[in-house]
Design a protein around this ligand. Structure first.
Ligand SMILES: *Cc1c(COP(=O)(O)O)cnc(C)c1O
Length: 459
């Protein structure tokens, strides 16, 4: 009986001759449709061999439709971040300001003066665009923008420490996430790592003892995603900069996030600022474009002009360069800071500064809408976090929507399967939605998405 059912399945060619499938072919192209026919037939065969029945022809066609439509959708897609983690690296870090988005669209759409000097009518520098904005904002002599901060650190070490030694405290040999480990990146650049001190205590004297004629630089890496508490000590950046100057080597500070606004004004601990590192005497400072800066992915290096010039000339710089779209978004983001409007225009600062009352009002509105449809929705006190290797352990009080469901994990999984996917948090066996990281424009999609999943029954 199985054999008959298997034999009765249509061939791929027969499917392709059907007018409904030919229709699909017109819309989505031959490659995707053939693949969907094969996969749908494979699935049908599998079902029959497992003892099931052959699908009715209409069901088979439905299956082909579903598969083609899924395959024709880009896999990178917007999601709603209801986790309350503001700089969520897995969810693409900082959402951008309207001005940054507009600038990126314009740059993408046509030609730009990316490497063209409009005054002289000849070749210009791609690096000129963001550099003057950054130097003015931070008070640095010079600046360079590369692909990301990991690239910035690699470039600095490859330029100044290849085949030489870099002194770093054991307390700072960290893994940042996604397998980015400071010692491994340093090794890639051809620099030899000299680890000093201990996990919890490293003194200036440890650095001084490790110095020799092979030493190219002393490096500080900000412990951006963890905190050591208790019996601890690290040398200050001032001490390292002085030591470096006296010994004619470089002092480099990898800040990670690098805030351009003082986070203390937002009831948070102080996140180090690049201007402070320069004032402390660091020769070069690096930080990300898409962490607390709130811009597109980029790595920003600021510091002394001679050193930045040497970086610009290194062949790796060509391999790590940023594109016109990134530069356009970064410029627009930096302009917000220069115009003093960053807290009002840059999404991550708006999220950081949202008050408990504002968040409560939003969560209550969501809950009301859901209760109107007879779902068990309440609003509770919760905590948002910063994420993205910034301000570890710091939280912001928030008000979050809670939905009572029997099994939170499958529920959260179904929320991720709809369009747009909703990423929620599970806390104490409840599904929690934090309004802090949900954009105002996403409100309806969020509430309707929750309704849809909650009414799928059995939860
Ligand atoms: C995040 C981080 C990096 C890597 O920055 P990317 O922009 O993600 O490449 C490097 N160092 C520190 C200290 C960081 O926090």
């Amino acid at each position: 009986m199985n054999q008959t059912q298997l034999r009765n399945l249509p061939s791929v060619d027969a499917l392709l001759q059907m007018h409904t499938v030919r229709d699909l072919d017109q819309r989505f192209g031959h490659t995707l449709v053939v693949e969907a026919c094969r996969d749908a037939l494979d699935a049908a065969r599998g079902a029959i061999l497992a003892g099931g029945d052959a699908p009715m022809p209409a069901l088979l066609i439905d299956e082909i439709y579903t598969r083609v439509e899924r395959a024709a959708r880009p896999s990178l897609t917007p999601v709603i971040n209801a986790t309350g983690v503001i700089i969520h690296t897995n969810l693409g870090r900082a959402p951008l300001s309207d001005d940054a988005i507009a600038a990126m669209k314009l740059a993408a759409q046509g030609y730009t003066n990316l490497e063209y000097d409009l005054d002289a009518g000849e070749r210009g520098s791609r690096y000129a665009h963001a550099e003057s904005l950054i130097t003015r904002l931070i008070g640095a002599e010079a600046a360079l923008v590369v692909n990301n901060n990991a690239a910035a650190v690699t470039l600095i070490l490859a330029t100044f420490a290849r085949g030489k030694q870099v002194i770093i405290s054991r307390g700072q040999l960290v893994e940042i996430g996604g397998g980015f480990r400071v010692p491994e990146v340093m090794a890639q650049s051809g620099a030899q790592l000299v680890e000093i001190g201990t996990t919890n205590r490293t003194y200036l004297a440890d650095y001084a003892r490790a110095l020799n004629e092979q030493t190219a630089l002393v490096m500080r890496v900000h412990s951006s995603n963890f905190r050591v508490i208790g019996f601890t000590h690290e040398a200050t950046l001032e001490e390292l900069a002085t030591l470096a100057r006296e010994n004619k080597i470089l002092c480099v500070d990898d800040l990670g996030s690098g805030a351009l606004l003082d986070t203390r004004a937002y009831n948070l601990a102080h996140e180090p600022m690049p201007q402070e590192s320069l004032a402390a005497g660091a020769d070069l400072v690096s930080f990300s474009g898409d962490k607390l800066l709130g811009g597109p992915q980029a790595g920003i290096i600021v510091g002394k002009k001679d050193f930045v010039d040497a970086l610009k000339k290194h062949p790796l710089t060509r391999a790590l360069r940023v594109d016109k779209v990134t530069l356009a978004g970064l410029q627009a983001t930096l302009l917000h800071y220069l115009k003093g409007e960053a807290p009002k225009k840059i999404p991550i600062w708006m999220m950081l500064s949202a008050t408990r009352d504002e968040l409560d009002a939003r969560a209550q509105k969501w809950a009301e809408r859901l209760r109107a449809k007879n779902f068990d929705a309440t609003v509770i006190d919760a905590e948002s976090t910063i994420g993205g290797g910034s301000l570890p352990g710091e939280t912001l009080p928030t008000r979050a929507l809670v939905l009572a469901v029997a099994s939170p994990d499958p529920f959260a999984q179904r929320l991720r399967a709809i369009t747009p996917p909703i990423i929620a948090r599970i806390e104490a066996n409840r599904v929690v939605f934090d309004p802090r990281t949900v954009l105002a424009s996403e409100t309806d999609a969020l509430v309707e998405g929750i309704e849809r999943v909650a009414s799928q029954g059995a939860h």
